[in-house]
Ligand binder design. Structure first.
Ligand code: SF4
Ligand code: SF4
Length: 257
């Protein structure tokens, strides 16, 4: 492909989406959770870190939608402040929360005023009672929030049992992986092409974290550095330990504690 696959306008790169993980942990334990929440310790994103990252990222990126997710984002002790920051940063026209729905009743009125979209994932292995789904539908309607309901009966397998054995395998996997375009992540001072690097680094206990697989939000020419990174055809180091979109599917189940 010649030229860039990303459009740059007003020195900001237009992208499909950008997400922030408000917490690493979750109230469910889905096997094959793509953010590895069942394996991660309880951790909430400090509001001041999110504010700093958003302020920097908004100078270089213009995602179609900004997603607050996790883990389960409703577990964040101050989700309203996180939403206020996302609005104030004006990083995107659409602010979305992605949730399993179990904790939505505890969301204060300001939550419903601040979000534009809600994506509700309904898992076959942990069914949300239908009265709750109806309440969520009604509340979204009253709050003029665009609701998307995803029925999930199977999950993509992303974790590898053993590392890929050859460069060719890793390169083919990376080429076929759509997540590198659709699942960009803002996490603790870095921008990543996908959600896997910081969480896998944590599980592997890599001392340097996932810095080599992301872009430091601090420093000059952030838009230029992110654009070069997004267009780099080289796979990430993390791709050694990930199936991307090539791992097939398994039935959705909750894993044992
Ligand atoms: S609800 Fe979502 S974040 Fe939580 S374990 Fe399941 S897939 Fe992971
Ligand atoms: S680590 Fe590599 S294969 Fe896995 S989701 Fe990210 S880009 Fe795709």
């Amino acid at each position: 492909m010649s030229g860039t696959m990303y459009h740059v306008s007003d020195r900001r790169i237009q992208t499909w989406s950008l997400e922030a993980h408000l917490v690493d942990h979750c109230n469910l334990r889905c096997a094959n959770c793509c953010t590895l929440s069942p394996f991660l310790p309880k951790k909430a994103m400090p509001v001041e870190i999110l504010a700093r990252d958003l302020e920097r990222a908004a100078r270089a990126l213009r995602p179609h939608v900004f997603k607050l997710t996790g883990g389960e984002p409703l577990l964040h002790p101050d989700i309203v402040s996180c939403l206020e920051l996302a609005k104030a940063a004006a990083i995107s026209e659409a602010i979305q929360v992605t949730t399993n729905g179990f904790l939505l009743r505890r969301a204060p009125p300001a939550f419903w005023e601040l979000i534009d979209r809600l994506t509700l994932s309904l898992y076959s292995s942990a069914p949300l009672p239908s009265r709750e789904v109806e309440w969520i539908r009604k509340t979204c309607e009253e709050s003029r929030v665009l609701l998307t309901i995803k029925d999930v009966e199977r999950f993509a397998v992303m974790d590898v049992r053993t590392r890929w054995k050859s460069e060719a395998e890793r390169a083919a996997l990376y080429d076929a992986c759509w997540l590198k375009v659709r699942c960009h992540l803002l996490y603790e001072g870095f921008f990543y092409k996908c959600t896997r690097p910081p969480h896998l680094a944590q599980i592997r206990r890599d001392e340097g974290g996932a810095a080599d697989d992301g872009v430091d939000l601090e420093g000059p020419d952030l838009a230029g550095r992110i654009l070069s990174y997004l267009e780099d055809p080289e796979p990430l180091g993390t791709c050694w330990d990930c199936c991307g979109a090539s791992g097939g599917f398994e039935e959705h189940v909750q894993s044992a504690r």
